[in-house]
Ligand binder design. Structure first.
Ligand code: ADP
Length: 370
């Protein structure tokens, strides 16, 4: 097979006109970060937020042109937006009113954290399962390309199958009634991948758009941890209805959580609320509640900044064991306290997305003997 070079790509791209009569896409400076891996070509096309829609057509044309080059079998082109501040007096339209653009998916929500290791993925999975238990159809997209743990948390292995003979789209994996897609299914676990910003965006655009998703009321997106440029671009370019921030009670984590809030604010994504994870520890021997990292910080912080507080999830061995063995508590121990706590978070998230409409009314609690 012919080896593709950067020059091959640039010479094809130079034949494609840039918008607004600005010459071609290369001379207009719209093309950057070209990466070639075998027959796969990835690069970024710069746009501005107000032009994302019209640039989508250009992106398609550019992708097609690159696919026409001998030796290219995959082209991933990411639109990277330069941020334009919202015009004063012209509030940006909330993303929740724009639709997701993914057929069959009603709402996309991000689960994010200011830093790694706070239980973001565990929360994303149990929140997704909590939403299922409310009678909703749910999908999960693992956007944590740096450490895709969603396959493990769902106990899923193997590769997604192509959904048609042409192999253009993939079927999501399904577990516990949830459709799941992750870069972890496509890249071997021991492969060291260096992800640069535009590559992350194009990989995710591909996972999102080239998966044959079924219908879903909510798609939960497990974001990469942190609040850097990659996360900001992701938050900006994914048509999110809202975001859930996961934090531990430590002060430091709260500072990070605050960065997460600011990030979503910057790109006009409503923050649905904060979940405090590893909030306290109940000793299985003495039954006493230990507040190892201090307690209540996230709730106070949420109140102070006027963001809903969605709940406290205790630090619990069962949560960890079940998460790490692919049997998340919300699915496998529906009667446990933890499952109830996640369901409660899910209920609030859905109330926020749907304007208070529940898919299935909460069960009435009847106390025996009364
Ligand atoms: P992140 O996505 O923020 O990196 P993970 O969800 O992967 O974090 O969680 C990190 C580790 O902490 C995992 O081993 C997970 O099982 C564990 N963990 C997460 N939440 C809890 C909890 N509430 N109780 C006990 N262990 C937890």
């Amino acid at each position: 097979m012919a080896t593709v070079t950067q020059d091959d790509i640039l010479s094809v791209l130079k034949r494609i006109a840039a918008p607004d009569g600005r010459g071609n896409v290369v001379s207009a400076g719209l093309v950057s970060d070209i990466a070639i891996q075998g027959g796969t070509v990835m690069f970024a096309l710069t746009t501005s937020p107000q032009h994302v829609k019209s640039m989508e057509a250009l992106r398609g044309a550019v992708e097609k042109a690159v696919l026409g080059i001998a030796g290219v079998d995959k082209a991933m082109v990411a639109l990277t937006a330069e941020r334009a501040p919202a015009q004063p007096g012209q509030p940006a339209q909330p993303q929740s009113q724009r639709g997701t653009g993914i057929p069959g998916i009603k709402h996309l929500i991000a689960v994010a954290s200011g830093k790694g290791g706070v239980g973001k993925s565990t929360t994303a999975v149990n929140l997704a399962l909590g939403l299922t238990s409310l009678g909703l159809k749910v999908a999960v997209l693992d956007a944590d390309v740096y450490g895709p743990s969603i396959p493990k948390l769902f106990g899923l292995t193997g590769k997604p199958e192509p959904s048609d003979a042409a192999g253009k789209k993939m079927k999501p994996m399904t577990r516990y009634g949830v459709e799941v897609m992750s870069i972890g299914f496509l890249v071997p676990e021991d492969t060291a991948m260096i992800w640069r910003g535009p590559m992350v965006m194009s990989a995710l655009t591909q996972l999102l758009r080239e998966t044959e998703w079924g219908e879903a009321d909510v798609m939960v997106i497990d974001m990469p941890p942190g609040t850097g440029d990659v996360q900001l671009t992701l938050a900006q370019q994914t048509p999110l209805s809202g975001a859930v921030i996961v934090s531990t009670p430590q002060d430091l984590a709260l500072i990070d959580a605050r960065k997460g809030l600011n990030m979503f604010k910057k790109v006009n994504v409503p923050v649905i609320g904060i979940v405090e994870n590893m909030s306290y520890f109940v000793c299985s021997k003495c039954g006493e509640r230990h507040e190892i990292f201090g307690h209540g910080g996230a709730r106070e912080e949420a109140e102070r900044i006027g963001v809903p507080f969605l709940g406290e999830i205790p630090l619990d061995k069962e949560v960890r064991l079940r998460s790490d063995s692919g049997e998340p508590v919300a699915a496998t121990q529906p009667d446990s306290l933890h499952a109830a706590l996640y369901r409660d978070v899910a209920r609030q998230v859905w109330a926020s997305l749907s304007g208070g409409k529940l898919a299935r009314p909460a069960p009435r609690i009847v106390v025996e003997g009364q």
